[in-house]
Design a protein around this ligand. Structure first.
Ligand code: PEP
Length: 265
């Protein structure tokens, strides 16, 4: 997907207290790497911090945007403990991660629910950051393509091309998340190329090209360039390394110096 902005998402997961979260967003949003960036910078704090962080950012000249880490697929109702799309929109949150492998693994998230969440988000003019990825077992038994194709087909079911073009996809091999073992740039690029071919079969070339595909899984400043330089990788979804302002700012700085026309683009 040549010459488009890169997207850098920091997923804070269930970390930090309120004070630490506010300090982190302040340091990131005030970083000169962010001020000078043409790229899209998004942070995904825990739900409880979405309000103070959105309020803080509203009053800053910063380009940092805010995502939720998940959302419910119903508009409202008796769903104790859940958060709806309209609640997120009300706070000025524009994105939500859906289908993260930790949700799939620990909380029985299904492909069907991921699709429902994505549709619900789009109906509220929010952007799904939709995660797919294979486990180590699936990779080792040569099922990577089958698994990814199935996840993509189910996630985009009944989604019109105009809607699909507003989705951000994230390829996150499960074995690479939080393990320190990242995919190689080449392997990730190949997986992204395959995902794009699945999108092309579902829609058409133009639609497939317009959907950004991020790589996630143990991304840090020391390996991020191997992803930025790849033709089919449009940005990164960063977990652990997004919890330290200086590390996350380095990842952003490197996105600024690795434009899409470089390397094997
Ligand atoms: C993630 O949470 O999506 C992630 C990729 O985590 P980490 O960077 O820590 O592997």
């Amino acid at each position: 997907m040549g010459n488009l902005k890169k997207i850098i998402v920091g997923n804070w997961k269930m970390n930090l207290n309120l004070h630490e979260a506010m300090e982190l967003v302040k340091e990131i949003s005030q970083g000169e790497e962010v001020a000078g960036s043409e790229n899209e910078i998004i942070v995904a704090p825990p739900y409880l911090y979405l309000h103070p962080i959105s309020e803080y950012l509203k009053h800053q000249p910063s380009k940092v945007k805010v995502a939720a880490q998940d959302v419910h697929y119903q508009a409202n109702g008796a769903f104790t403990g859940k958060i709806s799309c309209s609640m997120l929109a009300d706070l000025g949150v524009n994105f939500s991660i859906v289908g993260h492998s930790e949700q799939r693994q620990h909380f029985h998230e299904t492909d069907e629910n991921v699709q429902r969440k994505a549709i619900q988000l789009l109906q509220h003019n929010l952007v799904p950051i939709l995660c797919v990825g294979e486990t180590l077992e699936e990779r080792e038994s040569n099922q990577l393509e089958k698994v990814i194709k199935n996840q993509v087909q189910k996630a985009f079911k009944e989604m019109k091309s105009e809607q699909a073009q507003r989705v951000i996809l994230a390829y996150e091999p499960v074995w690479a998340i939080g393990t320190g073992k990242s995919s190689s740039g080449e392997d990730a690029d190949e997986a992204h190329r395959f995902i794009r071919s699945c999108l092309e079969s579902l829609y058409d070339g133009e639609t497939a090209e317009s959907i950004p595909i991020l790589y996630g899984g143990s991304v840090k400043a020391s390996n991020v360039e191997s992803f930025y330089q790849k033709k089919n990788i449009d940005g990164v979804l960063v977990g652990g390394a997004s919890l330290q302002a200086d590390e996350f700012l380095k990842i952003i700085a490197l996105s600024n110096s690795n434009g899409n026309s470089d390397g094997d683009k």
